[in-house]
Design a protein around this ligand. Structure first.
Ligand code: ADP
Ligand code: ASP
Ligand code: MG
Length: 418
């Protein structure tokens, strides 16, 4: 007998019939002798609807109140799912984040989990009950409701699995696992049977939204065996078969597997980015800090940074950031920074995207970057910025070429072949 945490995403609980199917699946795992804790997301589209509703009252919603509203989607699905389980004769009880106590910091709309009190859940498991715990939400030290950022139910589930020392965390979603590229962009994308934790971390941070990056960080820190699999298969699929399906995140590179593995494991794309360029700044010590310090102080994360070679003692500095942060960053640069550093201009571009290739094999193979750049050049795609790590290469390009870039890179690195 093992203890399993199962997370079901928005599509997986998107209708009453789907919720009934989730209950059937959970009941199946219970009758195979496993203890199960379930973490549902809100029904698909519901969190968007709640946020839009809030914005009708306040264009920039108060973060504390927004969390009160956005967290309600999950409160509906935990109740519905617990009821569906009871209907099947499975003992179950729903809990909000604050009832469990999922303690977080106070960073509303993007809170981090500090600890989880698992005592109550253990009591339920001992009594043969299935705890159904709301994803995405927690409570801070002052009893304010918090949420964990979009896609945060993944993190709720992996953190619960860590707290309970579960044997596996199963992330059920609307695709069959982690693919070599987003299957909605690249029809020839293949499911990976395994992906290393490092690769998954890069893919999640580079736009593969199949897992929230913080869930992958949790999985790595606490070594939580995590599997991504489909909730859209027959709920009565035998447990032995289901437990081998999907994609398993691995922590040690199996040398046997590594030999068979492709150099590149996946292509990722991120569209919601923007680029800011500060033109003709004096090329002297302290300039990057003078520009990026106030941006950091405003809590804005920057991503790729490029500073050009200086001509006549001045240079251009460009960086990318989340598109939503662009107006705030432009205001800071124009009003606070420009008057001090005497740059010529500050310009912003919202029409960019970042496309990346990821793979452990890159560490031991030369020429991967050259092959990537040649492939993009052949399609007439201009590279605006480049950033690399040991196991990834990212390029910033014009947004309209995102899909084309994903497809040609997927093909040139043979990701469509088994
Ligand atoms: P859920 O509601 O279950 O949390 P998400 O929409 O958050 O589901 O994540 C699943 C989606 O992630 C898929 O439908 C797919 O379009 C997208 N996706 C992006 N990149 C990948 C990838 N490399 N592998 C699988 N899915 C991906
Ligand atoms: N319901 C939340 C969202 O839409 C959390 C999640 O689905 O993981 O972002
Ligand atoms: Mg998700």
């Amino acid at each position: 007998m093992s203890l399993i945490v199962q997370k079901y995403g928005g599509t997986s609980v998107g209708s009453v019939e789907r919720i009934r199917n989730v209950a059937r699946r959970v009941a199946k795992w219970r009758s195979a002798g496993h203890d199960v804790v379930v973490v549902p997301s809100a029904m698909s589209g519901e969190t968007n609807r709640l946020i839009a509703l809030a914005k009708e009252i306040q264009a920039q919603p108060d973060p504390r109140e927004l969390d009160v509203i956005a967290s309600t989607g999950e409160q509906v699905t935990i109740g519905l799912l617990a009821m569906a389980l009871l209907e099947l004769g499975v003992k179950a009880r729903s809990y909000t984040g604050w009832q469990v106590k999922v303690l977080t910091d106070s960073a509303h709309t993007r809170a981090r989990i500090d600890s989880i009190d698992e005592v109550r859940l253990r009591g339920d498991l001992a009594a043969g009950r299935v705890p159904v715990v709301a994803g995405f939400q927690g409570i801070d030290g002052e009893d304010n409701i918090t949420t964990l950022g979009r896609g945060g139910s993944d993190t709720s589930a992996v953190a619960l699995a860590a707290a309970l020392k579960a044997d596996e965390c199963q992330i059920y979603t609307d695709v069959e696992g982690v693919y070599t590229a987003d299957p909605r962009i690249e029809p020839d994308a293949r499911r990976l049977r395994n992906v290393t934790f490092e690769e998954m971390l890069e893919m999640a941070s580079l736009g593969s939204k199949v897992l929230q990056i913080r869930s992958v960080e949790f999985a790595g820190k606490f070594r939580v065996p995590t599997r991504v699999l489909s909730s859209l298969t027959d709920p009565m699929l035998p447990v032995e078969e289901e437990s081998r399906s999907g994609t398993l995140i691995t922590f040690e590179e199996d040398p046997h597997m590594a030999m068979e593995k492709a150099i590149i494991s996946g292509v990722a794309a991120q569209r919601d980015e923007a680029k800011i360029t500060v033109h003709s700044v004096p090329d002297k010590p302290g300039i990057a800090y003078a520009i990026l310090g106030p941006i950091a102080d405003a809590g804005i994360n920057v991503d790729v940074i490029v500073q050009n070679v200086s001509h006549d003692g001045s240079t251009d500095l460009s960086f990318t950031l989340g598109r939503g942060d662009m107006p705030k960053a432009m205001k800071i640069l124009k009003e606070q920074v420009q008057p001090h550093i005497k740059c010529r201009d500050v310009t912003g571009n919202e029409g960019i995207a970042k496309v990346s290739i990821v793979g452990m094999g890159m560490r031991s193979h030369a020429g991967i970057a050259a092959q990537m750049f040649r492939t993009l050049a052949e399609e007439g795609i201009n590279i605006q910025m480049i950033s690399t790590s040991e196991i990834k290469i990212s390029v910033v390009i014009e947004e309209k070429y995102t899909e084309l870039a994903v497809r040609v890179l997927h093909k040139v690195f043979d990701l469509d072949r088994v």
